[in-house]
Design a protein around this ligand. Structure first.
Ligand code: MN
Length: 447
């Protein structure tokens, strides 16, 4: 598969089909989505731009400052407002599609320079029953939408009609994004493959004396080397006690023999994200204490993955992993039993304080409601979740055995719900079994 960046990895036909679905669902309504603006990193230096996921999902259009207006009743139901071609500006900040390119390459019905939004928006949303638009994300766009609504309200006696309600676009789009199509899965599988093989590369490179940021570099350079333009989130590399900080991203410490390192990172490829965690001994050999903790988390991981199938729920998967983790904690003497009492008293929370799963897709913590009718919703084929149990024994926990203090383990795979169960999207690309991990860690250094 060719590297798709900066666009999404799915073909134009898929974007056209998604927009048709949204237009059908909108009926008499209208929708406005923005790609977003570059954010400042320092002074006049910008972060890498990546379009807002809802906008990207419907357009594949990679440029900032673009606005998509969907209006089934309009002569042009799909209108994209984009930065105009500007040879002088493009010398500095890169190529632009311009309105002509937006129509030719992204299949929209009409495209205009974004400066024309003010004169065209009121006409586009005139008569729409409801407006699907999320305010407060972009004050400048809010003002333009408000002006268009004001124009319509001011001219109602001339036959103009303003929408009667603002609706969260996510109510429609996030349900679509939650269930992945075959075209999306092809891209997501590749993101997961790049992510998994990156973790395997980090394992091979790991040795005492490296710094956490050097493992980060192995992982992230692997991503870039395989067509993933950036990590989907800040890479976590925590050696020793740093593994007990769930979102440790400083990555500044030296990796020491006798300690483990937790690596949580994922590639964004074609707009979709992998998200994998592995934890392994820095010197390639588990101590008995590390191994005892590792085996519990691994058993919880396998239990959670095994439970992933249509009809199961994220809460149900969480409860199963909690039971395995709690049994292990009781066995190790870290929490007092019996297991059922430890579960009902939530005694595990001291050592496992996060959830087992989240949705995965164009956003790492992907969109879509977790609950329906007050209960965890049943999984259906096409949903993708992470399974990521962990146990974290802080260095200063004096109630824990001394050889377990300062040890954190998290293991995470990405799992697709299929018609008859699940497909692990990451496992084939990076080992998790202790013997395989020991065989891989430091292999590059030993050569
Ligand atoms: Mn995750």
């Amino acid at each position: 598969m060719a590297a798709p960046f900066p666009g999404t990895g799915v073909p134009l036909e898929e974007h056209l089909a998604r927009r048709r679905r949204v237009l059908d669902a909108l009926g008499d309504d209208a929708m406005i989505l923005a790609s977003g603006r570059p954010r400042i990193y320092s002074r006049d230096t910008e972060y890498r731009f990546r379009p807002a996921s809802d906008f990207f999902y419907l357009t594949g259009f990679p440029e900032p400052e673009a606005v998509l207006v969907l209006r089934p009743a309009a002569a042009a139901p799909v209108t994209l407002f984009v930065r105009p071609r500007d040879p002088k500006a493009e010398v500095w900040t890169g190529r632009r599609a311009g309105p002509e390119g937006a129509v030719a390459d992204y299949g929209v019905d009409a495209a205009f320079p974004v400066a024309e939004l003010d004169e065209r928006l009121a006409d586009l949303i005139d008569g729409a029953r409801r407006l699907h638009y999320e305010p407060w994300l972009d004050a400048e766009l809010d003002a333009r939408v408000r002006a268009a609504l004001g124009q319509l309200r001011g001219k109602e006696r001339f036959g103009r009609v303003a929408p009667e309600a603002l609706v969260d676009p996510g109510a429609l789009l996030h349900e679509m994004r939650l269930v992945k199509s075959e075209a999306e899965l092809a891209v997501l599988r590749r993101a997961c493959e790049i992510t998994g093989t990156g973790h395997a590369a980090a394992m091979r490179a790991c040795r005492p004396g490296l710094h956490e940021y050097q493992l980060q570099n192995v992982l992230e350079s692997h991503f870039l080397d395989h067509g993933a333009p950036a990590p989907g989130f800040a890479t976590i590399v925590g050696g020793g006690d740093n593994a007990c900080i769930l979102h440790y991203v400083e990555n500044t410490d030296e990796l020491r023999a006798g300690e483990m390192v937790l690596v949580d990172g994922g590639a964004e490829y074609g707009g979709y994200n992998g998200d994998v965690t592995r934890t392994y001994p820095v010197d390639g050999r588990f101590t008995p204490a590390q191994r005892s903790l590792y085996d519990i988390v691994l058993a919880a991981l396998e239990t959670g993955i095994e439970a992933t199938r249509p009809g199961a729920t994220i809460d149900g998967i969480h409860e199963r992993t909690l039971r395995v983790l709690t049994e292990g904690l009781v066995d190790l003497g870290l929490v007092e039993g019996p297991v059922d009492e430890a579960l009902s008293d939530r005694r595990f929370e001291r050592y496992f304080m996060h959830r087992t799963s989240h949705w995965l897709g164009m956003d790492v913590h992907d969109v879509g409601r977790y609950r329906r009718d007050g209960a965890s919703r049943p999984l259906v084929p096409g949903m993708v979740i992470t399974v990521e149990p962990g146990l974290y024994i802080p260095a200063d926990d004096e109630s824990a055995p001394s050889d377990l203090r300062g040890t954190g383990v998290r293991l995470e795979d990405d799992v697709l719900v299929t018609a008859d169960g699940h497909e692990n999207l990451t496992r084939a690309h990076v080992p998790v079994a202790p013997q395989e991990v020991e065989g891989l860690v430091g292999r590059d250094a030993r050569r």
